[in-house]
Design a protein around this ligand. Structure first.
Ligand SMILES: N[C@@H](CCC(=O)N[C@@H](CS)C(=O)NCC(=O)O)C(=O)O
Length: 81
C-alpha cells in the first residue's frame, strides 16, 4: 500500500500527486497540515527527520524528495500510464 503524507497546499506534494494520478495509482491520504506545523511533531519527524512534505511510503521504504520521488514512481510503474 502506498501512503502519501502531504499538504494539499504544498507545491512539492502536488508534483508527487500529479505523478500518482498519471500512473493511476491509488494511495492512502495522510494529511500533514504545514500551517499547524504538523510536520514538526515528534511523530512526523520520526518518519521524516527533514520535517518536510511530501513523504510517501511503499513496502516499508520511505521517499522524501519530490523530484526523486517522481522519477522513482516513473521507473517503478513504467507499465502504468
Ligand atoms: N527537497 C524537498 C523539499 C520539500 C519542501 O521543502 N516542502 C515544503 C512544502 S512545498 C515543506 O515541507 N515546507 C515545510 C517547511 O519548510 O517548514 C522536496 O523536493 O520534496
Amino acid at each position: 500500500m502506498l501512503e502519501l503524507y502531504h499538504d494539499w497546499r504544498s507545491f512539492c506534494s502536488m508534483k508527487v500527486r500529479l505523478c500518482l494520478a498519471e500512473k493511476g495509482l491509488s494511495w492512502e491520504n495522510r494529511f500533514v497540515d504545514l500551517i499547524k506545523l504538523e510536520h514538526m511533531t515528534p511523530q512526523y519527524l520520526e518518519l521524516n527527520p527533514m520535517g518536510s512534505s511530501p513523504l510517501w511510503t511503499m513496502m516499508g521504504c520511505r521517499f522524501t524528495r519530490a523530484r526523486s520521488s517522481t522519477s522513482t514512481l516513473t521507473r517503478s510503474f513504467r507499465m502504468f500510464g
